[in-house]
Design a binder for this molecule. Structure first.
Ligand SMILES: [Zn+2]
Length: 138
């Protein structure tokens, strides 16, 4: 992961937050309520942007996982965009997707909360086509 690039992106996001707060700030303490809305709104919105920036920089280093159901070898099925709903909004991830021929199920280890991801029993095609040109015989 390139921390300098992440630093640059976060600086940009947070600079915009700072600018919008400074721009929208009222001159009087009587605008306390509006100011509260502005500050919390801007900072809350930046949370998902920060997470999104990190998602772009962080690598998917999930390696080749064993099938969480049968323990068998899995095939790499390419990457799939996934929208994750986070506390501050939605974030898009490119997650590595793995396929178990025995269980006819796919698995994406990264970008999951807690349990490290589960099998999803969708069809192999799943909209993005069989990864790398047709079902490979293991
Ligand atoms: Zn399996």
């Amino acid at each position: 992961m390139d921390r300098q690039k992440l630093d640059q992106q976060l600086r940009c996001i947070l600079d915009q937050v700072r600018e919008r707060i400074v721009e929208g700030a009222g001159p009087s303490l009587q605008s306390m309520y509006d100011m509260e809305e502005l500050v919390y709104g801007e900072l809350n919105r930046s949370k998902a942007q920060v997470l999104q920036a990190w998602c772009r920089e962080a690598g998917d280093d999930s390696g080749r996982p064993a099938c969480p159901h049968c323990g068998g070898a899995m095939r790499h099925k390419g990457y799939r965009k996934r929208t994750v709903v986070c506390q501050g909004g939605q974030v898009e991830l490119d997650r590595a997707r793995w396929w178990c021929d025995a269980c006819k199920a796919s698995f994406s280890p990264s970008g999951q909360r807690g349990d490290g991801g589960g099998l999803s029993g969708d069809s192999e095609g799943g909209g993005d086509g069989p990864g790398g040109g047709g079902p490979a015989a293991l």
